[in-house]
Ligand binder design. Structure first.
Ligand code: BEZ
Length: 210
């Protein structure tokens, strides 16, 4: 059976464009974004890996380390990184795993045979500091991912890990959040001094804590 939310993210040791790494050591106490792409030297992947590099400050602010994966070799990664830097006006600043043996792809179920027998799909895992899988998304090869959405989910995950809140549809940093059903309205009023707006007994908003 494949990975599910809450499962321990499988650890691995691998060769990467930034040297050999052990995933857990690389992540340390940080959050992680582990994402696969179908192949080096392909257009959509070039934009995705460039975008991730451009967003380094945003990932750093959230204490998140990125790590990319494909089944290409280290030599291919090294050559392609030059193209990414040149065409996307950035510097790739995170490791890309050279997973020619498909060990990582198999551990994370990144090859979906009915989509492609050999290439990884666009899988993305957010891993918490506790090494549990917090988010899994899978996109087809033809659709580049929205990395602002990845950051938005990380904002929600980090907020909801600290407070008894959930985030509504399309929520963005700074907007009102939802009081989780497990907290009574009476307790919510004590817990959230910025106020609680009761729309229905089960639908209660409060300004974002912090
Ligand atoms: C791309 O990254 O552009 C791509 C890769 C595999 C299939 C289709 C597009």
């Amino acid at each position: 059976m494949g990975l599910r939310l809450g499962d321990a993210a499988p650890n691995f040791k691998a060769q990467t464009s930034m040297g050999d790494i052990d995933l857990y050591e690389y992540l340390g106490n940080s959050w992680g974004v582990l994402f696969s792409h179908p192949a080096d030297y392909t257009p959509v992947c070039t934009t995705e890996l460039g975008r991730t590099a451009q967003l380094k400050d945003e990932f750093d602010k959230r204490n998140v380390k990125a790590i990319a994966v494909s089944v290409d070799s280290l030599e291919q990664h090294d050559g392609w990184i030059k193209d990414i830097n040149e065409t996307q006006n950035t510097t790739v600043n995170y490791p890309i795993v050279a997973d020619s043996s498909r060990e990582v792809a198999t551990l994370y179920d990144m090859i979906h045979p009915n989509a492609s027998a050999t290439a990884t799909v666009r899988s993305l895992f957010v891993i918490g500091p506790d090494k549990a899988v917090k988010l899994m998304i899978t996109y087809p090869a033809s659709t580049g991912r929205n990395f602002m959405e990845v950051l938005r989910v990380i904002d929600s995950l980090q907020l909801t890990a600290k407070h008894s809140v959930a985030t509504p549809a399309d929520w963005k940093q700074g907007e009102d959040v939802i009081v989780v059903p497990a907290v009574s309205t009476e307790d919510a009023i004590k817990k959230f001094p910025k106020g609680v707006k009761v729309v229905k007994p089960y639908l209660r908003y409060t300004p974002q804590p912090e």
